[in-house]
Design a binder for this molecule. Structure first.
Ligand SMILES: Cc1cc2nc3c(=O)[nH]c(=O)nc-3n(C[C@H](O)[C@H](O)[C@H](O)COP(=O)(O)O)c2cc1C
Length: 373
């Protein structure tokens, strides 16, 4: 089947304008906010591989207002990153508005986003994250207060509603539009689904058809095919990838190439999982990411009195990088050995040695498979 070429330039124009993004006519693929992951190092790697817009980890309004170092550190960024949106959570219109103003004054951010999707109890028990979905009126109050304080683009990232019997997204859209938000991002699942199950593309399409502001679609994009399908079936202005970008920055260029091709991408096959990557490329990206992570730790230590100062840079690095390391090496021979020998990974050199060991085993395995064929 020939692919009907889509004019992404028209669909994404307003997002390009909002965030002052270069418009080369390609679809916009963004990196989603992920607590514990999307720091400056991950955002940089994602940007180098084609993420057009990225989001910080979620950041507490109260932490910013109380000048907590741990909180401000979440908003550190490198100068040469792609445009970054500061992603805030809270439940009080005044404190969120004040925090948003501080973030804008910081001058490093292309926009500010309100989290109304996080289902984690620690967040919802204080009325923040997905607890806000229960009250579109409060969302309206919060966004209105933030809108008054900031002039950079204001967005909201949300879900469909609490559970399938309680769709709230259209009330949330109205609240966002009435409050003067510039953009809505929909993780097309209900809070009750957590991160599982299929995203509801019909409701995402309906949101897009009703919205007077641009819509970014999110949820379940694991491959160029998923991305193609979301654009095609919903008409969203841009898409956003979360979990599939962890240890896999190539997903952004895969998607862009898949959408630019004349044929639709091959349908995603969950049993096959992620594509096998060239091992030199894996090594290069992983070590670059590791270096960014180290630079970020050193940068933060030059500014903040970090509580983890008692630890060496190397051991902080070894701890913070673990979650990425295993995603880069997922499915490769030797990665399970690495997982059971975590205590060995306590410095930059030991991480690189372990990575090399794993990649050598995988290379030998791939050679054996080719020889056997
Ligand atoms: C580890 C992790 C942390 C996340 N942190 C946030 C967050 O801070 N704010 C937010 O709005 N969503 C957060 N999310 C949700 C993602 O942004 C995204 O909406 C969700 O994972 C669905 O996208 P995916 O199917 O591409 O993973 C997080 C998801 C994961 C897996």
């Amino acid at each position: 089947m020939m692919q009907q070429r889509t004019d992404y330039r028209n669909m994404t124009k307003s997002i390009h304008q909002l965030y002052k993004l270069q418009d080369n006519g390609e679809p916009l693929v963004c990196l989603a906010p992920m607590a514990g992951f999307t720091n400056a190092a991950m955002r940089c790697i994602a940007g180098e591989h084609g993420a057009a817009l990225t989001f910080t980890e979620m950041t507490s309004d109260m932490g910013l207002l109380h000048e907590r170092e741990k909180t401000w550190q979440l908003l550190e960024r490198f100068d040469d990153e792609p445009p970054v949106v500061g992603h805030l959570y809270g439940s009080n219109p005044q404190t969120l508005a004040e925090a948003a103003r501080k973030v804008e004054e910081n001058g490093k951010f292309a926009g500010i986003d309100l989290n109304t999707g996080c289902p984690v109890k620690k967040i919802t028990q204080n009325g923040a994250g997905s607890a806000l979905i229960k009250s579109p009126q409060l969302i309206y109050k919060i966004l209105s207060a933030m809108r008054k304080e900031i002039s950079i683009p204001l967005s909201i990232k949300t879900r469909l509603g609490e559970h399938p019997g309680k769709t709230a997204i259209f009330d949330i859209l109205k609240a966002a539009e009435d409050a003067g938000a510039d953009l809505i991002i929909l993780h097309a699942r209900f809070t009750s689904q957590g991160h599982g199950g299929d995203p509801d593309l019909d409701l995402l399409a309906e949101l897009k058809s009703r919205a007077s502001i641009p819509v970014i679609g999110n949820g379940g994009i694991r491959s160029p095919w998923d991305a193609w399908r979301m654009f095609k079936e919903t008409g969203v202005d841009a898409i956003m990838v979360a979990r599939s970008a962890i240890g896999n920055p190539w997903i952004f260029e895969d998607i862009r190439a898949g959408l630019a091709a004349s044929e639709p991408p091959e349908e995603y096959n969950p049993t096959r999982g992620r594509p096998k990557r060239d091992l030199n490329k894996v090594r290069q990206a992983l070590i670059k990411h590791l270096n960014y992570e180290q630079s970020l730790i050193e940068h933060n230590r030059s500014i903040y009195e970090c509580p983890d100062r008692v630890q060496s840079v190397a051991s902080t690095l070894a701890t913070t990088f673990r979650c990425h390391l295993f995603r880069y090496l997922h499915g490769l021979k030797g990665s399970s050995y690495l997982r059971s020998h975590l205590y060995l990974l306590n410095s930059m050199d030991s991480i690189i040695a372990a990575v090399d060991n794993c990649l050598e085993r995988e290379e030998a395995y791939r050679r054996r498979v080719v020889n056997d064929e």
